[in-house]
Design a protein around this ligand. Structure first.
Ligand SMILES: [Fe+2]
Length: 383
């Protein structure tokens, strides 16, 4: 076995034996949570316990595979030096099942000897139904030579937390890394205390999908930095996925692989299939939310972007909320159906979030030239 998988970075950053720990939802976040990490030593596993319980349950990884996705990648060190990251590791995932809904859990990742490898992590399972609270954020473009971006993004989570101290989880809408191919960027991000505190999940952004200079573009960077439910369509397993959070169904898309018409059709077919199946199941969702990275509207001037492509399908499937990012300008509609605003009893609310790195913002024209009747509100702090 290749447990010797070690770092050969030219700038040779010291690697922790376990790093890149992330808590993602399982297919039903009320009872299933996926914990995953990168191991450089054998025998790593998870122990978890419910809040208030004395019993720790030990779980071996249900998935472990040598990951070479981030090997030999041109990158940058935090000191802005040109480096090549040569990192391989064992990607491990423990899929926890049979958890109690609406319950706080703690877990630790241990090595074969029982030594704790990373600080304690916590998460909360979803309720079966009813209210919950989620921090929605994105477009951090984490880039170690510009550490202010990550600081600003985490300060934004803090701001949201102050607004609602009862946050249950965090949803991101892509571009969390400047270059998803740079493993050190993910490690930097996942070391932040908010990643130990909450379950996170999100979508693949164009930046997460690339290396420096576009040497390589692939959805594997997102896939192997997470372990989301592997219920996507062919080629998108672990990237496009759906999960239940309480009585809400989330459907997560990958824009990077739906540029061509046939790719878009494959994505649309999959959305149609999974939403229809869920609605016809014995436990249909009360709401359906679809997330992708690319904006619904170019909010600089209001012109139509992905809204144009998805509108007929969201109308057909009665999608309640469509979330996106990328444009770095907040924009929101009221309920739209058949290209018009409704009284709210039918249709889809389209919402795109601003960036949160305090660096890559975008200004907007004072007057919208398009879709004035649809876009209800825009916000940006400018460049
Ligand atoms: Fe972005």
């Amino acid at each position: 076995m290749v447990f010797i998988a070690c770092a050969m970075s030219l700038a040779c950053a010291a690697l922790d034996d376990v790093e890149g720990v992330i808590t993602n939802p399982g297919e039903d976040a009320s009872t299933q949570i996926n914990i995953s990490w990168a191991a450089h030593v054998p025998g790593t596993h998870v122990e978890y316990t419910a809040k208030g319980s004395e019993t720790w349950h030990s779980v071996k990884p249900t998935y472990h595979r040598l990951c070479t996705t981030y090997d030999s990648i041109r990158s940058k060190s935090p000191r802005n030096e040109d480096i090549k990251e040569g990192v391989m590791f064992i990607k491990c995932a423990a899929e926890l099942k049979g958890l109690t809904p609406a319950t706080e859990y703690s877990y630790r990742v241990l090595d074969a000897t029982g030594k704790e490898m990373v600080p304690m992590h916590t998460f909360k399972t979803a309720p079966v139904a009813g209210e919950w609270s989620c921090c929605v954020i994105g477009d951090f473009h984490v880039y170690p030579p510009a550490p202010g971006r990550l600081k600003a993004a985490m300060a934004m989570v803090e701001t949201v937390e102050k607004y609602d101290p009862g946050i249950d989880w965090v949803l991101h809408l892509g571009d969390v890394c400047a270059w998803g191919g740079s493993w050190s960027f993910w490690v930097d991000l996942y070391k932040q205390p908010y990643f130990s505190k909450y379950m996170w999940t999100g979508v693949n952004g164009n930046h997460d999908n690339m290396t420096r200079g576009y040497d390589q573009t692939t959805n594997k960077f997102f896939r192997d930095a997470n372990y989301v439910p592997r219920n996507g369509y062919e080629g998108q397993e672990g990237v496009c996925y759906h999960f239940r959070y309480g009585d809400v169904m989330f459907v997560m898309l990958n824009n990077e692989d739906m540029r061509k018409d046939e790719e878009f059709s494959a994505a649309a077919e999959w959305v149609r299939k999974v939403v229809t199946e869920a609605r016809q199941s014995s436990n249909p969702p009360r709401y359906v939310v679809v997330c992708e990275h690319y904006q619904w509207f170019y909010a600089t001037n209001g012109k139509t972007s992905q809204y144009g492509r998805w509108r007929p399908i969201f109308d057909e499937l009665d999608v309640d909320l469509a979330l996106s990012g990328n444009n770095h300008i907040y924009a929101r509609t009221n309920c739209l159906y058949d290209g018009k605003e409704t009284d709210g009893s039918k249709g889809t609310v389209y919402l795109q979030i601003p960036s949160s790195d305090n660096e890559r913002g975008q200004g907007m024209d004072e007057t919208m030239v398009a879709n004035q009747d649809l876009i209800k509100y825009r916000f940006t702090e400018g460049d």
